[in-house]
Design a protein around this ligand. Sequence first.
Ligand code: G3H
Ligand code: ZN
Length: 288
Amino acid sequence: MRELRDVLEQTQKNGVAVGHFNIADLVLLKAVFASAQELKVPVLVGVSEGEREFIGVRQIAALVRSLREEFNFPIFLNADHTHSLVKALDAAKAGFDAIVFDASALPFEQNVHQTRKAVEAIKAINPSTLMEGEIGDIGTGSEIHEHAPDLSKGLTTPEEARQFVESTGIDILAPAVGNMHGMLKSMVQGKTSKHLDTERIAHIKKAARVPLTLHGGSGTGDEDLRKAIAAGINIVHINTELRVAWRRGLEEALSRQPDEVVPYKILASPVEYVKHVVSSRLKLFNGG
Ligand code: G3H
Ligand code: ZN
């Protein structure tokens, strides 16, 4: 079985990206896995601190490992937005393939210091765990926001990216390139979309020379995503779009079958709704 590192190398050669989908329950995991299996493309499952508190750190690691082993399929697990070293260590010990150590709210020098410490500690436990670091401001919360935050002052520069990668030893960099966590109401309605600074991505890629992750992928236009991948993005994170689909699928099932109480009969609908979103994003990330 290939490791995540090999998969990322291959995406860099092929000019495609790995889809990273956040999950908080079995409905989401089933939908993500089924879509990736149908399309025969590697996939990365992400769990934030809140999501893994809900499922259980060792429990989600066991679930993903069981899918990978039983189906001999390249599905990988990422500890998304990990703000403390203790939680990063828990994830590494549970066997996560990757960890996003997120100290991006701190001033640059402190972010460098904390991230370097985390990289050293995690690599001492398992040198093959991939470590991602984050710089710049991309907002917080995979939720529906009332107003767009002003993130223009927190955009990553190529020089910061180079310095950050060199001084922390991270394997993957998450820059701020016009992306933002969550969606505005108008994005959920399909009236507006996020726009990315693809020229900046290309310059950051040249300076950083490591795989790049685009966070806050939900609500980004297809063409912006294609250009971002061509400019050097190797992983794209999608969460809010899945949460919206999960809720819509659940509402649809409950209103269609008001007397149904069998969970797996109700939950078939949210699985299908989420699968639809994951499949269309995976096709796009893989050159479709
Ligand atoms: O880490 C998670 C993502 O960056 C998801 O962002 O909710 O805007 O898709 P999103
Ligand atoms: Zn994120």
